[in-house]
Design a protein around this ligand. Structure first.
Ligand code: AR6
Length: 180
């Protein structure tokens, strides 16, 4: 499914994000940047040790205390079919606190970094909707709104396509609904 009228175009695909041939793949990381499960585990497994080596360099330099929630930083994509991995840290879902501004920030900051790199195609997972427990429908709404808002508020960007890569049918349908 493609929403071609906006720029960047929003494209939805069902699949594994590590299979995507794009300029930048966004990783749903944690602040340690040193790996984990879900998307993060798959990216490091398939991308190989170069990604972790870059992450360790970031921890030894700019991000001694880790990458804060809502921020984004790029590394090599190693053996993945992409040029860069952009690591971002989603918020853990909390019932009694609205953390959606932080979730939106992950998308906005990742797009800002992608623009700085000159990326034209960027693949996003549904950040925070796995291990971090965010309800899918709401996570999809925040994601789509954040990308649309970033497109109108950021300076003109190199990014032509934002591809949401949804792992299963339920996630795909949640994003389809959110795109409207
Ligand atoms: N491709 C596309 N989507 C996937 C894939 C994949 N290979 N694997 C899982 N998903 P998650 P989070 C979906 O848990 O919630 C890690 O340990 C999944 O079904 O990867 O942000 C990190 O180190 C869900 O819809 O990320 C952090 O500690 C979405 O991707 C923590 O998990 C995100 O699930 C981050 O948790």
């Amino acid at each position: 499914m493609t929403e071609a009228a906006s720029r960047p175009a929003i494209v939805l695909v069902q699949g594994d994000i590590t299979d995507q041939s794009v300029d930048a793949i966004v990783n749903a990381a944690n602040s340690s940047l040193l790996g984990g499960g879900g998307v993060d585990g798959a990216i490091h497994r398939r991308g190989g040790p170069e990604i972790l080596a870059d992450c360790r360099r970031l921890r030894a330099s700019h991000y001694g205390k880790g990458l804060p929630t809502g921020r984004a930083v790029a590394t090599t994509a190693g053996r993945l079919p992409a040029r860069w991995v952009i690591h971002t840290v989603g918020p853990v879902w909390q019932r009694d606190e609205d953390r959606s501004a932080l979730l939106a920030s992950c998308y906005r900051e990742s797009l800002r970094v992608a623009g700085e790199l000159g990326a034209r195609t960027v693949a996003f997972p549904a950040i925070s909707t796995g291990i971090y427990g965010w309800p899918l429908d709401d996570g999809a709404r925040v994601a789509v709104r954040a990308v649309r808002e970033a497109a109108s508020s950021l300076p003109p960007t190199s990014v032509e396509e934002v591809r949401f890569v949804l792992f299963d049918d339920t996630a795909y349908r949640a994003f389809e609904e959110a795109v409207g």
